[in-house]
Every structure is written in C-alpha cells, then in structure tokens.
Design a protein around this ligand. Sequence first.
Ligand code: NDP
Length: 392
Amino acid sequence: MFAQVVRQDRFGDPLEAFRIEEVAVPEPGPGEVLVAVMAAGINFNNVWAARGVPIDVIAERRRKGEPWDFHIGGSDASGIVHAVGGGVESVAPGDRVVVHPGHWAPDDPWVQAGNDPMLAPSAKIWGYNTNFGSFAQFCLAQEHQILPKAPHLTWAEAAAPTLVGTTAYRMLLGWDGHRLEPGDLVLVWGGSGGLGTQAIQLAAAHGADAVAVVSDDKRGEYAVRFGAIGYLNRGDFSHWGVPPHWEEPSYGAWLKEARRFRKALSEIAGGRAPRIVFEHPGEATIPTSAFVCAPGGMVVICAGTSGYSAMVDLRYQWVLQKRLQGSHGTNDEQARAYNDLVRAKRIDPALGEVVPFHEIGRAHRDMANGIEVFGNRVALVGAPDAEAGASA
Ligand code: NDP
C-alpha cells in the first residue's frame, strides 16, 4: 500500500518528514480490523510525531519490542472495513465506518477490571502512539474503536471530527460533578478551531450556552454559526501568559485586564460566570481561565498549545473551590455517545480544508506554522473528491 511515512532520519519540518512510500499492508491480528481508508483527519499530534519531540514515537515503540522503524500516523479515519482478525464480531468487511482514537491493551488488568481504559497504563492515542494510522491506503485499529459512519456525511466530512469531538465530549461530559447541564455557561477557547467547534455544539446539544474566545471577528462569527451565544476577541486584551508575581507593582495591570475580560464575558452571558472553562491553549490562558471560572466550577484542559508552564493563583483555587481537571482522548462509551450525536445530525463535523493525499506533509507544516483553518483539516486517501461518500 502507499502510505505517508515518517522516519527518524527526517524528523523535523513536517514537509520533509512525511514522504510517500510503499509499505506492506499490515495483517489484522486477533481483535483487530483493517480499514480501507477513504479520508484521514489531520491533527496537531502528528506535527509532534513528525518533529520527533517531545516523544520519538518510533523509538518508543521499538523499546517496547515493536519491529517497525517508521511511523504511519493519522488519528482520524473514515473508510470501509476490508478484513477482520480473529474474534471480531461487531463489524464485517464492507461496513462503512469511522475510527475513534482511544487504544489500549485488551489484556490490561486495569481495563479488564472495568475501569476507564483511558486511565490504563496501556492507554494510547491511535495513529500517534501506535503505528498504521490513517495516512495510508489501509489502517489497522482495534474492534472497539470502530464506529458506524454517519450516512449523510461525505468521506471527508466523516473523517474530520472524531478525535476532537470525542475529546471534547470527554472534557465536557466525562467528569463527575462537572458534567454539562442545561443552562450551564461554558467558556470555549479557540472557538473556531477543531476542538472549539465541537465543544460549542456539544454545549448547545445539552442545553448549555457557550461563549467562544477567538482572535478575530470572522472566527467569532464562525463560532456563532455553530451555536456560541457570543464571542470575545482575545486581541482586545493584553494580559496573556504567566502573570507577574502578585507582590510586583505590575500585577495590578494584569488584574485590571483580567477583570476587564471577565466583565466582557459576563456582559455576553447575562451576568453569569462559566461553570466549565474548556481549555487547551495552556500557558497563555490558564491564569485567565482559573480567574473567570465560577466558584465551584471546573477548568478542564487537554493540551498546552502555547506552553506547559502555566500559573494558577491558588488563592482563587481554594477559596472559590475551583477544579483544574486534565482530560485526554476518549473511552468507547464517550466515543459512541459523541458519534451518535453526529449520526443524528446534531453535531456538524466543521470541515475546513480538504487536501490531497500528497499534501499531508504540507498540511502539517501549515498547522505547525500556525496557519489555521476554520474547523478541521482532512486529507483525501481513497475518496475521489470531497463530495464522495454520502449515502443518505
Ligand atoms: P486548532 O488549531 O484547530 O484550534 C486551536 C485554536 O486555539 C485556534 O483556533 C486558536 O484560536 C486558539 N489558540 C491558539 N493559540 C492560542 C493562544 N495563545 N491563546 C488563546 N487561543 C489560542 O487545534 P485543535 O482544536 O484541533 O487542537 C488544540 C490543541 O488540543 C492542540 O494542541 C492539540 O494537539 C490538542 N488536542 C489534544 C487532544 C487530547 O486528547 N489530549 C485531542 C485533540 C487535540 P484563535 O486564534 O481564534 O484564538
């Protein structure tokens, strides 16, 4: 099969790291499914895989005894089941499917004991930590990752949202005590991006109100199209990053700006504060997220795109009893619940850019360089064009 392959001797710029090579089609082992890929979603994780930092995913797998000296990434796929391994009963060749990115060892004692598998020692993100993701004619996934494709979507649309959508679902509905409820206010960073567009729609689907943060009005209007009740332009504020120490004179200027942001948010939300803050920029925004979060509310975070060394002012954290919750990937239950909303046409995949297979490296470079699209990027693999694949 043809695949977009990353190798260690070309780690760095994704444009160089990805190259089309001919690779043997993997055999599905017990519990595994081989999918003929029609389209593949592009996510930031394979920018990291192409760079080889912070993890060299090839070296990591070889240390664990896997034989391959290359990486085929891709954590979102739409396609047709081509073959199944032993014991697979829930899907069959010919099924039109999407793949969710939660991957774990079926014999992991934590998983076998019925615990949340994304907290298992063997939990991985498919197509990043694992090989044979969707940037190839065939991808290899575990049976439990396979979900029915929404018939009304094209292959490109269907490949767009599952990783970000299931991640957003876990963030907003996966944490006891802070599951989305009707009437909640949710602050969503990056409201026009991959995660953000899904978070806004999940909030709306559960009767909650989302306010988006974006970097310009066009992005704000895009977020509103997906159901945000309003947006804040982060360019109108200047207090980003780690705040000065609270004893420094310049802390006053930071606090003034943070209060101005909180007031602008409150005006959009009719005087309410967000019970959930949907975080992923990290270092640049966490101080603000913790500051504006309602007493007893939760800041839930799945990434630190702007940096990992965030600062949390613990005075607000304990006195106002706020929660800072990490979240990563999805389990099967969350993925199915999210996919059911997509199949019921209650969540739009927010398809942004569609690129041909040979431009997967370029699309990752654009992503790495901050050339953002609205919504999600997808590469065509087996699909002839962006319109193919809808059957209802
Ligand atoms: P996108 O590029 O689609 O969207 C990110 C948005 O973040 C942008 O649209 C931008 O919006 C906003 N943003 C960027 N920099 C800043 C900043 N300094 N301050 C405030 N906002 C900023 O990416 P995704 O939504 O697909 O992914 C976001 C992050 O989440 C990535 O790091 C990704 O790797 C991670 N992720 C983690 C997952 C997990 O399971 N742990 C799963 C999925 C994604 P604007 O400029 O308009 O403000």
